[in-house]
Structure formats: C-alpha cells, structure tokens
Write a protein that binds this ligand. Structure first.
Ligand code: NAD
Ligand code: UDP
Length: 322
C-alpha cells in the first residue's frame, strides 16, 4: 500500500454528504469503507462506486460497536433533516451520543484520527449573528429539535473529552445548511422541498412569513472543507464552522427556485415550526485562516445543478416516486 493511501471509514456514507465524501476519497485512491444502516441513506447514492476496487460497504448501525482497522474515521451517521431526525427522536439522540462513543472507542483502539460532522444547530436559535465558534448557543433542551441539537452538542463534548483523556486526534466541524444532488427528495429540507414542489408544479410551502434567514452551501464546497480539515496537523481540533456566508431570507430562496425552474407554482404560507431558528449565518473567518477555505459555488450555479439532478430523478422514476 502506498504511504498516502489510507484506509478510511465513512459512517453515514450512503447519505447525501457521505456519498459525496466517499466519491471524493475513492477518486483520491484511498481504501474507503462506507458504513450505513440506510435509515435515510440510499444505495442509489453509492451505486456508481460499487464496482471500484477501493470501495466497500457494510450495513451496520453505529449504535453498536464496530471492529475494523482504519487510519481515519469521518463520523457522519445521523439523520440531518428536521423531518427525519424528529421521526424517531430517541434514536437520533442514540446515534449522536452512543454512535459517537462507539466511533471514538474505535478511533482510540486503532489510533485513527476522527472527524465529527457537527452542526450549526449547536447554536440553536442564535442571539449572536453571524455565528462564531466562540458563541455557546441558545438551544431549547426540551423542544422538538433538542434530540438533534443536544445529541450533537453532547457528541462534541465527547470528542473533546477523548482528546483530553485519551489524546485522540479529533477534527470537529460545524456544518451550516448544505444542499446539492442526492439530497433525499422527501427529507423535508427547504432546498429539496422547494425544488421538488416547483418541478411538480405544486404550491411552494413557505413556513412563517419566510423572513427567517439561512445561508446555503453547495455540497462540493463543503466536501473540500472536510478533506482540508482532516489533513490539518494534530493540534487543529476545531470546532470550525463550514458553510456559505451568503445569507438570504427563505422567501427569497423560494422566489429564486421558481425563477430557475420556470415553475408556475404559487407560494403558500404554513405555520413556522416550533424552535425554527430565525436567523442563521456562519462566520467562516476561522475556516479561512486555518484551512484557507471558502465556498466557490454561488447560489444560482448550485441551485441549477441541484435542479438538474431532481429533474433527472423525476424523469427516471416518474412523479409517483416522489
Ligand atoms: P443524510 O440523512 O443524508 O445522511 C445521514 C446518513 O447516516 C444516512 O445515510 C443514514 O442512513 C445514516 N445513518 C443514520 N443513522 C445511522 C446509524 N445509526 N448507523 C449507521 N448509519 C446511520 O444527512 P446528511 O445531510 O448527509 O448529513 C450527514 C451528517 O452531516 C449528519 O451527521 C448531519 O448531522 C451533518 N450535517 C448536515 C448538514 C446538511 O446541511 N446537510 C448540516 C449540518 C450537519
Ligand atoms: N422551510 C420552509 N418550507 C419548507 C421547508 C422548510 O419554509 O417546505 C423553512 C424552515 O422553516 C426553515 C428553513 O426553511 O426556516 C430551513 O429549513 P430546513 O428544514 O431545510 O433546515 P433547518 O435550517 O431548519 O435545519
């Protein structure tokens, strides 16, 4: 085996982000093991990698211990959309916390460096704007988003305790809203929802008055940030925010998608879900300084690519598949 070729475990590798990460690592020639229980991930996302000699998959739930020999671990396993993570909230906390313990235990045993896909949700409904890594957040520990927010916060705690107690090499990134091809068409996240609704000529469901803001990062940019983070020296632990700092109201996203798809959909208002953050935007100064990273794909370009993906999916499978 060459010195630069690593054995890399990606948990949640059949999901949206995981499949793009596996693709990138396989392309770089690493020996990639994708572990997934297919709760929200799909085999279709990784079908194009199955015939690669440096790619393998294992159906496994990371709430149970895993015994493999690897050099690096990217821990992505966890449902990410509010609809999916609230579907079975106890399981969401379990995968976040017990899954992290199992993966940290594995990293400790084989002395692998380990990367955690944390989230902007650790900031809750933020009172500091844009969010820097120093901000400690405003999370409701009792609400419907808590299973995810607190699960991910506890996972961060575990990563830093394993660093202090067991001297692991840890890499924690806080991911802000990311979109692109291979998002699950039914996951309820705003970009996929609006695009699928537009392509089907249905009403676009805008929650609240649409004045709440988000900043959307294209998946290829995010994966570049992941790989750069993993390649940093042992002293770089994070947390580091990764996301696109171009912030827009969700209403504007709906309008942009209607224009780009040429849809004749109407915008209809639905109640704002409980604890829905009113504003969110990353401060990415640290990522710029430490990783030399910033997003390069603008919203129009990213949305155009994502719309093309969903158009294909729709024409391949027919409207019924949605
Ligand atoms: P996703 O739902 O597409 O992917 C998650 C993957 O984890 C799926 O393939 C799912 O089947 C798998 N999984 C879930 N529970 C598992 C378990 N117990 N054992 C093994 N596999 C399991 O979501 P995504 O958008 O690709 O998110 C990936 C990671 O990035 C998540 O940890 C998420 O919290 C984090 N993240 C994503 C975003 C985003 O905007 N996409 C933002 C913040 C954080
Ligand atoms: N949203 C919306 N309509 C939808 C889905 C989501 O207006 O059909 C809003 C949601 O209320 C939130 C934003 O879009 O303010 C982003 O939601 P998403 O579920 O994508 O992720 P979040 O950032 O809330 O985790």
């Amino acid at each position: 085996m060459s010195l630069t070729r690593k054995r890399i475990l990606v948990t949640g590798g059949a999901g949206f982000l995981g499949s793009h990460l596996c693709e990138r690592l396989v392309r770089e020639g690493h020996d990639v093991l994708c572990v997934d229980n297919y709760f929200t991930g799909r085999k279709d996302n990784i079908a194009h990698l199955m015939d690669k000699p440096n790619f393998e998959t294992m159906r496994h739930d990371i709430c149970f211990p895993l015994y493999v020999e690897v050099d690096e671990i990217y821990n992505l396993a966890c449902p990410a959309s509010p609809v999916h993570y609230q579907f079975d909230p106890v399981q969401t906390t379990k995968v976040s916390v017990i899954g992290a313990i199992n993966m940290l235990g594995l990293a400790k045993r084989v002395r692998a460096r380990i990367f955690q896909a944390s989230t902007s949700e650790v900031y809750g409904d933020p009172t500091v704007h844009p969010q820097t890594e120093a901000y400690r957040g405003n999370v409701n520990p009792l609400g419907p988003r808590a299973c995810y927010d607190e699960g991910k916060r506890c996972a961060e705690t575990l990563f830093f305790d394993y660093l202090r107690q067991h001297k692991l090499t840890i890499k924690v990134v806080r991911i802000f809203n990311t979109y692109g091809p291979r998002m699950h068409p039914n996951d309820g996240r705003v970009v996929s929802n609006f695009i699928v609704q537009a392509l089907r000529g249905e009403d676009i469901t805008l929650f609240g008055d649409g004045g709440q803001t988000r900043a959307f990062c294209y998946v290829d940019d995010l994966i570049e940030g992941f790989v750069r983070m993993m390649a940093t020296g042992d002293d770089i632990t994070g947390p580091i925010n990764l996301g696109n700092p171009h912030e827009i109201p969700v209403r504007e996203l709906a309008e942009r998608i209607i224009t780009l798809t040429g849809a004749r959909s109407n915008i209809v208002h639905r109640p704002l879900p409980e604890d829905d953050p009113l504003q969110r935007c990353p401060d990415i100064s640290r990522a710029r300084d430490v990783l030399g990273w910033q997003p390069g794909v603008n919203l129009e370009e990213g949305l155009t690519r994502t719309i093309a993906y969903f158009e294909n999916l729709l024409s391949e499978r027919g409207a019924a598949a949605f």
